[in-house]
Design a protein around this ligand. Structure first.
Ligand SMILES: Cc1cc2nc3c(=O)[nH]c(=O)nc-3n(C[C@H](O)[C@H](O)[C@H](O)COP(=O)(O)OP(=O)(O)OC[C@H]3O[C@@H](n4cnc5c(N)ncnc54)[C@H](O)[C@@H]3O)c2cc1C
Length: 485
């Protein structure tokens, strides 16, 4: 569906001016390439007097949810969703195709906010209180989607298919009359003298840019460079975007032999040269998995999220210190090893080892190898010093982090529009009125477990509510002034 548009030619000079406006105010992190335009058409949304236009940039989770909410509150508002690729593409692939919609265990806003390495301080207030995980679950079930909460708190559709979420959102936006325009990218944005936005929208067809005036603008462009550029053109700063949620590449040829081993509970600590002070979140406890290239698993992913910025500064180099027996004190580890030695003096160290630590044989042999102990040695020959160093190795095993690998099930970007430039109870820009942001374009990112989509639903809902309310009151004002005339 598209809006009825009036066409007139705009000099291409205006396009370049609009493209560079942001350089005065914000730090433009990606410069728009200059293009040759054979013709440029400017479109103005033709609408009845008093009918305002909201343009939403990006039909991802945040943009679609925001559009639905705004249109629900203000049915007379023209809501236009511009999507350069496929709508809800990330929802489709999310959670291994199942879409981990939110988290059902962290529903209280203070506790919930702790799951956001960027945003944990700011999101403790109104943000999740206005629309948190319970609201998300209620919304989807009210719209016919049955959800289930798994043991670890992750919430999925009962269908185990992300298509259920997509179908629900798309049919609701169609029902409400949201206009979805795909294959178009919003590439420029500038404020007009009348308090509106002039948007340059590029169609897939080369050399074709249309211009649209919008009363409200919601930028929900995810981690796309164009979205950051639009924010910058409208005066916002951009915190350098860096990847979050990745696995660690480890320099240790012997580790590859352990590939596939899972440790149910490990205490993992990340150290980098640039971080001298003790940051509590750079120690995480949870399952760790050995992969072909290093370490993965929930504890590692959480470390990657909390360490995303420091690691990007060090070129993803650091030291990972793993405690494989976090519930056993070092002195108890030593005494368990001593008791084992005394009991199994005639056994080979490689074949007999304490079961109390819950370790697999392959890993035990690895630990012995790092101590330079050959498996054929009998327990009787193990010195007290060797026992102590095995105990230390189990409690404090260090690995050199030498890079990162993408975690295929979920990845997200840290950085974007700083939260300090947004009013979190409305998602409106503090720099430009009637400009709103939601989702990953903001400097917010969560750990795995449904927290990233929750940020998108919450932000979209709050922005949509503010826009809807503003549009309704604008309509009322207009009606009042017309009746007074
Ligand atoms: C493989 C994978 C799996 C994931 N799984 C989960 C999960 O299970 N649970 C979870 O909570 N999170 C998950 N995430 C993270 C989650 O997908 C994102 O946090 C979320 O999609 C962000 O929503 P958004 O609407 O802000 O951005 P996006 O979903 O990225 O949507 C932004 C949209 O804007 C469009 N766009 C950008 N610029 C423009 C422009 N200039 N003009 C027009 N359109 C534009 C893009 O094409 C895109 O469609 C996963 C991420 C990945 C990559």
């Amino acid at each position: 569906m598209s809006l009825p548009l009036a066409r007139f030619v705009l000099p291409s000079r205006l396009f370049s001016e609009a493209a560079t406006t942001g350089k005065r105010n914000g730090r433009l992190i990606s410069t728009l390439k200059k293009r040759k335009f054979t013709s440029a058409a400017t479109h103005r949304a033709q609408h009845k007097a008093g009918e305002e236009v909201l343009v939403v940039v990006g039909a991802g989770a945040a943009g679609v949810f925001g559009a639905i909410r705004a249109k629900t509150l203000a049915p007379n508002l023209n809501v236009v969703l511009i999507e350069k690729a496929r709508p809800l593409a990330k929802v489709k692939v999310s959670g291994g195709g199942r879409c981990n919609v939110t988290n059902g265990h962290c529903v209280e806003s203070m506790m919930l906010a702790e799951n956001y390495p960027r945003g944990h301080k700011e999101l403790k207030g109104a943000f999740f209180n206005t629309h948190g995980p319970v609201d998300t679950m209620t919304w989807f079930s009210d719209h016919g989607v049955e959800l289930k909460t798994e043991d670890d708190g992750r919430v999925f559709p009962v269908s185990n298919s992300s298509s259920t979420i997509i179908d629900c959102l798309m049919s609701e936006s169609t029902r409400l009359g949201v206009s979805l325009q795909t294959g178009k990218a919003v590439i420029t944005a500038s404020p007009t003298d009348g308090g509106k936005f002039l948007l340059g929208i590029e169609k897939r067809t080369p050399s074709s840019v249309e211009y649209v005036e919008a009363d409200y603008l919601l930028i929900a462009s995810g981690n796309g460079k164009q979205g950051y550029s639009l924010a910058s053109q409208l005066g916002h700063l951009i915190v350098d975007p860096v990847p979050s949620l990745f696995t660690f590449k480890i320099e240790d040829p012997q580790l590859a032999d352990l590939s596939g081993i899972t440790f149910p509970k490990v205490k993992a600590k990340l150290k980098t040269e640039s971080v001298q002070r003790n940051i509590p979140q750079l120690t995480q406890v949870g399952p760790v998995l050995v992969t072909h290239w290093g370490f993965s698993g929930p504890a590692i992913l959480r470390l990657s999220a909390w360490g995303a910025c420091v690691l990007s500064r060090t070129g993803y180099k650091g030291t990972l210190i793993l405690d494989f027996t976090p519930d056993v004190h070092i002195e108890d580890v030593k005494s368990i090893l001593t008791q084992h030695k005394n009991k199994f003096v005639k056994q080979k160290v490689a074949n007999s080892y304490p079961t109390e630590f819950g370790l697999v044989k392959r890993f035990w042999k690895y630990i012995l190898g790092r101590q330079g102990l050959l498996g054929d040695i009998l327990w009787a020959s193990i010195s007290k010093d060797s026992l102590v160093s095995i105990a230390h190795m189990l409690k404090h095993c260090d690995f050199s982090v030498r890079g990162k690998s993408q975690y295929k099930d979920e990845f997200v970007t840290a950085g974007g529009v700083p939260l300090s430039e947004i009013s979190l109870n409305t998602m409106e820009s503090k720099i430009q009125s009637r400009l709103f942001f939601a989702g990953e374009v903001l400097n917010v990112d969560g750990i795995t477990g449904g927290f990233n989509f929750q940020n998108a639903w919450s932000g979209g809902y709050i922005a949509g509510t503010s826009i809807g309310k503003q549009a309704v009151s604008a309509k009322l004002c207009e009606a009042n002034s017309a009746s007074n005339f």
